[in-house]
Ligand binder design. Structure first.
Ligand code: SIN
Length: 186
């Protein structure tokens, strides 16, 4: 739990497991599908600034500790010269409850170990919503939209991006299926 990672000294890999998988929106020198161990991805974080509004939050993903679990995402290597500016931008983008966390990241099939940073929304943040069934999550997603667009787009883009890197996540797949079902019901 820390704010390490400034230019010249900290990790230069950034691990994304949500919107950062499909819309990094920053310059990187290299990227690779990657995973972190000991976490599962869950739609347990409320979004009032991207995929929802204050009083009508959308649901976006965070990580929940679970021993021996693997969470797939995308790792980006940022050049040391660009790191400070990149982190300042990401701190702003992820300000709705996420904090930087230093983790061990495993790159690709070879599972090469590197130190990285991720943005983590813990239950201590005011936008944390916590557990709900996939059907409940889907109902909330279908009704939510914010400055970055409809909440359902976030769900579908994440599902698609994880499938594309061979890192399909049963929770994401289930929520996406329920969003389609609720959407089809009108
Ligand atoms: C991430 O993508 O790694 C953090 C959560 C998000 O922005 O969706």
């Amino acid at each position: 739990m820390d704010g390490q990672g400034e230019a010249g000294e900290g990790p230069q890999w950034i691990f994304g497991y949500g919107s950062l998988v499909w819309r990094p929106d920053f310059a990187y020198a290299e990227r690779e599908a990657a995973w972190v161990e000991g976490f599962v991805r869950r739609f347990w974080q409320g979004s009032t600034d991207h995929r929802g509004l204050p009083g009508a939050p959308g649901r976006v993903v965070t990580l929940v500790p679970e021993p021996r679990a693997r969470c797939w995402g995308m790792a980006y290597r940022v050049s040391p010269l660009a790191l400070r500016e990149t982190l300042a931008r990401l701190d702003h983008r992820e300000q709705g409850g996420y904090r930087r966390q230093t983790v061990e990241v495993r790159l690709g099939e070879a599972a090469r170990r590197v130190t990285g940073l991720l943005y983590w929304a813990t239950p201590a943040n005011p936008n944390f919503l916590g557990p709900a069934t996939p059907a409940e999550i889907a109902r909330q997603v279908v009704g939510a939209s914010g400055p970055s667009g409809p909440n359902r787009e976030y769900v579908f883009r994440l599902e698609e991006a994880l499938d594309a890197i061979g890192g399909s996540d049963p929770h994401v797949t289930e929520v996406a299926a329920q969003v389609r079902a609720v959407g089809a019901d009108g």
